[in-house]
Design a protein around this ligand. Sequence first.
Ligand code: DP6
Length: 336
Amino acid sequence: MSDQTELRKKAAQTRQATALAHPNIAFIKYWGNQDHALRLPINPSLSMNLGALFTQTTVIFDDSLSHDSLTINQQDYTLDDPAYQRVRHHVDIVREWTNISTHARIESSSNFPVGSGIASSAAAFAALSVASSAAAGLTLTEAQLSQLARRGSGSASRSVPTGYCEWTLGNDVDSVAVSIAPPNFWDLQDVVVVVSQEHKAVGSTGGHRLADTSSLQSARVAGADDRLTRCREALLARDLVSMGAIIEEDAVIMHGVMMSSQPPLYYWNAGTMRIIQATQQWRAEGLPVYFTIDAGPNVHLICESAHVQAVVSAAKQLPEVQDVLVSGPGGPARLV
Ligand code: DP6
């Protein structure tokens, strides 16, 4: 019996489970939904799990509880907190799927800082999906886990399978992520350059709802399939020069949509622009490194492991840089 099967059996017996999931960085971005409630994206996306970073979540179903309880990084959340409501809503889906009404104690912690420019919701909802479904006694396929994770946070669908993952369009059951290459396929590194730790005013969920208000969104969506195909091909050929150009283009197009939304979303600050220009300069000097940027000011520098030290030391010399985190590719969401 595999380790995961054994852990799932134990979870069903004890009605409690602990799962670990990695965040991911998108090379082709998800921005905008066809269906906001189900989080069915407007375009497919492609990402890499970040193996050095993780969220670990324990879910305990307990008949003596009168409501769910949530603790994140040692902080208790009240019932009226939006984060609590989002988590409770997610566990409600699992309760619906199993036909149980028992409340749960949910405890979660991460080894990476909030505000570091890493989408914590991806790792959080992937880990919560694996832990809560196992604790409820469900045996789900990887596709079903990815579907469940997507309902909590779109990008979480991509943190369920291993390594490099592609999330496709479809209806509720089909819009899931699959692995296109394992972590050891290519030792790409994400050097996360932190230029601000401020909490962003508009999060991704609000941003997805604004995407359609930009007249650039239709052009972004029209080109997404082509960019994804070219990015997948470059990735599978381990061709960073081709892939780098595509990921930069895709990130900048997404930020063009954000900046031209109504109201506009300017996630970049002066430090962001400084890192973009420095990246172009490092490249001109022979260092193969490319940037991508999520819904925030911090910049993800993508390079091969042979160049990671050079990228980190170059980044640390810039006065705008407050912190640097480094991660290579990571495995799937799993019970531990
Ligand atoms: C810019 O998955 O965080 O990071 O579904 O509302 O939780 P919700 O949004 P989320 O959006 C991610 C946006 C992005 C691009 C990406 O990761 O593909």
